[in-house]
Design a protein around this ligand. Structure first.
Ligand code: FES
Ligand SMILES: [Fe+2]
Length: 379
């Protein structure tokens, strides 16, 4: 039985704030609550806008366990549609990216346009009063902000700009909305979704987990920003290198984003847009992670690196991308090792919440505060 069902650990020990109860990272009923009350009731990012760049492109995926299709329709508009046929509910498209003119149900052949309208339904003309217009695919709210596509799976998350608060204004110096994806990939990891994003958003682990890379590249960060909106963000200055994709062969990193000024030219801003999107934006690249919780202890992660469009047009871009990919993969492998150990340790009945390191774990602490606010049943 989860400790969440019975005696709960205290969130505050004396004057010290403590991390989440360990069972939040493995308990099945808590996981189901998160899916129902967090992932289905928030604005959730499904990736960069250039995942569906052209008319006819689609992306089929699940958000909070709900099968969805994101399409770019014939008019160039973005749509978020239920991936469930209006006849008898069949899933229309397999997960993944693709291109099509029409969405045709593999069961009885109902055919939909990319904006979700029903175009044809074989042999239904004999049904009295049957009208194609009555059976479009269910639409859900979809928006693009800062170049990320967001959906609101049940239409209950409210206005996206209220949800984001200061998010767009705070990232204006990097002009994130124009950045294009240079590289992306997906993988499944054997840990809770929160643990995966937590390690990306804290500086405390750098000396032990990344002794030869990130721990050398970062000075002590600024304290986490106090912001309005459903996110945490923290800026850290670099030391000894301008780019965290430090190029070991001595070649130069990619140019600084045009217009980037002052401290932003020599540091990285780490942002966690609750619940499932996190990114680090530096002077030359944006590194992002999107999580899809599969079970309490399994998570699908989509990672990507984005760059300025003019840089991607250069002939030698593929070559210059290599160290950025390499840095991301190496850092990820080091994190995955420690995440495996953390996940195992958290499942022990003898595991307990612990205190946060000042400044270095500010974003983790802010996220836990947000989760406690959204799910008042946890301590
Ligand atoms: S379930 Fe799709 S056409 Fe019948
Ligand atoms: Fe790390």
């Amino acid at each position: 039985m989860s400790r969440l069902d019975g005696k709960k650990s205290d969130a505050i020990h004396g004057d010290i704030q403590l991390s989440l109860d360990p069972s939040c990272y493995w308990d099945k009923s808590f996981f189901e609550t998160e899916i129902r009350s967090i992932f289905r009731q928030s604005w959730i990012s499904v990736g960069r806008f250039d995942r569906v760049p052209n008319r006819g492109d689609y992306l089929a995926l699940e958000v909070g366990g709900i099968p969805l299709i994101i399409t770019r329709d014939d008019a160039g508009n973005l749509n978020a549609l239920a991936n469930s046929c209006r006849h008898r509910g069949t899933q229309l498209l397999d997960p993944g990216r693709g291109h099509c003119q029409r969405i045709i149900c593999p069961f009885h052949g109902w055919s939909y346009a990319l904006d979700g309208s029903l175009l044809s339904a074989p042999k239904m003309s004999g049904v009295a009063d049957f009208d194609l217009a009555t059976y479009p695919l269910q639409r859900i709210p979809v928006e693009v902000r800062a170049g990320f596509i967001f959906v609101d799976p049940l239409g209950q998350a409210g206005d996206i700009d209220d949800w984001l608060g200061d998010f767009e204004a705070l990232h204006m110096p990097w002009d994130i909305s124009r950045l294009l994806t240079g590289y992306d990939t997906s993988l499944e990891v054997g840990c809770n979704w929160k643990a995966f994003l937590e390690v990306f958003n804290e500086y405390y682990h750098l000396p032990k987990v990344h002794p030869k890379s990130f721990s050398l590249y970062y000075a002590t960060p600024d304290p986490g920003d106090q912001v309005r909106g459903n996110f945490a963000t923290q800026f850290g200055r670099h030391q000894g290198t301008r780019s965290v994709a430090k190029v070991s062969d001595g070649s130069k990193p990619l140019p600084i984003f045009p217009g980037l000024k002052g401290r932003n030219r020599n540091g990285t801003r780490y942002t966690w847009l609750f619940p499932g999107l996190s990114f680090a934006v530096s002077s030359d690249a944006l590194w992002s992670f999107i999580v899809e919780p599969l079970s309490p202890e399994r998570t699908r992660v989509t990672l990507g690196v984005c760059f300025a469009p003019e840089v991607m047009q250069e002939d030698d871009f593929a070559e210059r991308l290599a160290p950025y990919r390499q840095r991301m993969q190496e850092g990820l492998q080091e994190d995955l090792e420690v995440l495996k150990r953390q996940q195992h340790g958290l499942t022990s009945p003898l595991a307990h919440p612990g205190p946060y390191a000042p400044v270095l774990e500010d974003s983790v602490q802010q996220f836990h505060g947000w989760l406690r606010h959204r799910l008042p049943t946890i301590t």
